[in-house]
Design a protein around this ligand. Structure first.
Ligand SMILES: [Zn+2]
Length: 117
């Protein structure tokens, strides 16, 4: 898997807990996402069938904390959208029809083209 190139590493954050690269000891990058060492530990516990604290939910955050998360949430959304666009661009280069792409996305050919064309 090719490594994602990011111009400004100070803006990287965990896609799961939203902690910045400065707040965690390690951050692992994937296509459009990142995960910190703490979240990897939680994943390992889940995979091992061990109990975890779980996520209390966005509605438990105070307004200021939720507002502080908006920029990171938007960046996560845009990262995922960029990955989706890359995949669709590859499919289009291979001349896969908008009909098939729309079908895979669960939308019409027209909706797929309008969104990603
Ligand atoms: Zn994390």
């Amino acid at each position: 898997m090719p490594r994602e190139k990011t111009k400004d590493k100070s803006k990287l954050f965990c896609s799961f807990c939203r902690k910045t690269a400065k707040e965690v000891p390690s951050l692992i990058g994937g296509p459009g996402v990142h995960i910190c060492g703490d979240c990897v530990k939680v994943c390992n516990s889940i995979l091992a069938g061990l109990p975890t604290d779980g996520f209390a939910g966005w509605d438990t955050l105070k307004d200021d904390d939720l507002l502080a998360n908006l920029e990171r949430s938007q960046a996560a959304f845009e990262g995922a959208r960029a990955v989706l666009q890359q995949q669709i661009d590859i499919l289009r280069k291979r001349e896969v029809s908008w009909q098939r792409i729309g079908g895979a996305l669960g939308v019409s050919r027209q909706a797929a083209w309008e969104r990603f064309g």
